[in-house]
Design a binder for this molecule. Structure first.
Ligand SMILES: NC(=O)c1ccc[n+]([C@@H]2O[C@H](COP(=O)([O-])OP(=O)(O)OC[C@H]3O[C@@H](n4cnc5c(N)ncnc54)[C@H](O)[C@@H]3O)[C@@H](O)[C@H]2O)c1
Length: 258
């Protein structure tokens, strides 16, 4: 049984379709309740209208899905928005809060609510949709870039503790994907010959992660290439006498030194 946020459109719709085709029951969670309903009708799933950035939405999501399907095994925390603003002085409080709310809070509140439900099933798998903008600077939308870096950091930080619960957590980091999110940019992108990624490449990578054993990975997805795990460089360590190779003390264990 799988929960897909932002399942009414684009990447979420593609993942939900792929999962349903493989025999999974799907719950589509979307702010756009009509879109979620249409997809749910097509896939014989359920639709839940919700703002994933509100923590208060999540207990209801988990309860509704558990009541209908008996539990939750898989989740694609995918809902996200761009600000459309490169100039930081043009980012209003509303745009900022909405973007941080969906892109960061929606993933954090989602994982926090879903982990106990998956633990009750003996384990599970979570994939968040980050972005290539979570791995590079992206000056056309700095706030979007910030939120996607947060998703990558959260995924890498949570993987050890979720592994103890037999839950994998990974993220996908696609470059620009052909979905309604980029409708305003499509003409410019196509005019410049920038290669857009077909949504099926992203949904394929998401499902591979959901059914695989890897955890804590950020999978880069580029047009015409296989999805590939990003290799993070090690930052320099301390060079104070006697500290070479020293790890932070127990209690603030650095789980991920990769
Ligand atoms: N399209 C791209 O080029 C691209 C590239 C990298 C990453 N991404 C990421 O992929 C994810 C999906 O984007 P997409 O391209 O499929 O976009 P999309 O606009 O086609 O779909 C996003 C869906 O999320 C829903 N949504 C928005 N705010 C929500 C909220 N608060 N609560 C619940 N649902 C909400 C929308 O209603 C929509 O159905 C996003 O996180 C986006 O940042 C997209």
């Amino acid at each position: 049984m799988a929960v897909v946020t932002g399942g009414g459109s684009g990447i979420g719709l593609a993942t939900a379709t792929r999962l349903a085709d493989a025999g999974a029951s799907v719950a589509l969670v979307d702010l756009d309740g009509d879109a979620a309903q249409r997809v749910a009708a097509d896939l014989d799933g359920i639709a839940l209208q919700a703002d994933v950035g509100r923590s208060s939405a999540w207990p209801g999501i988990v309860d509704a899905v558990t009541a209908r399907f008996g539990g939750i095994d898989l989740a694609h925390l995918n809902a996200g928005v761009m600000t459309g603003e490169a100039d930081i002085t043009g980012v209003t409080d509303d745009i900022y809060r909405r973007t941080v709310g969906v892109n960061i809070d929606g993933v954090f509140f989602g994982v926090r609510a879903l982990a106990p439900a998956m633990t009750a099933r003996g384990g599970g798998a979570i994939v968040a949709t980050a972005s290539l903008a979570g791995l590079i600077g992206f000056s056309p939308d700095p706030v979007y870039c910030m939120t996607k870096h947060a998703v990558v950091g959260l995924v890498r930080s949570l993987s050890p503790q979720l592994a103890e619960r037999h839950i994998t957590i990974n993220c996908v980091c696609p470059s620009i994907v052909d979905t309604p999110l980029i409708d305003d940019l499509r003409e410019v992108l196509e005019g410049s010959g920038f290669p857009l990624i077909d949504v099926s490449a992203v949904s394929g990578a998401v499902v591979d992660l959901l059914v695989g054993d890897e955890t804590g990975q950020a999978m880069v997805i580029q047009a015409g290439r296989e999805a590939i795990a990003f290799r993070f460089a090690r930052p320099p360590g301390p060079r104070t006498g006697g500290t070479v190779g020293q790890m932070p003390p127990p209690g603030m264990a650095a789980h991920d030194q990769g």
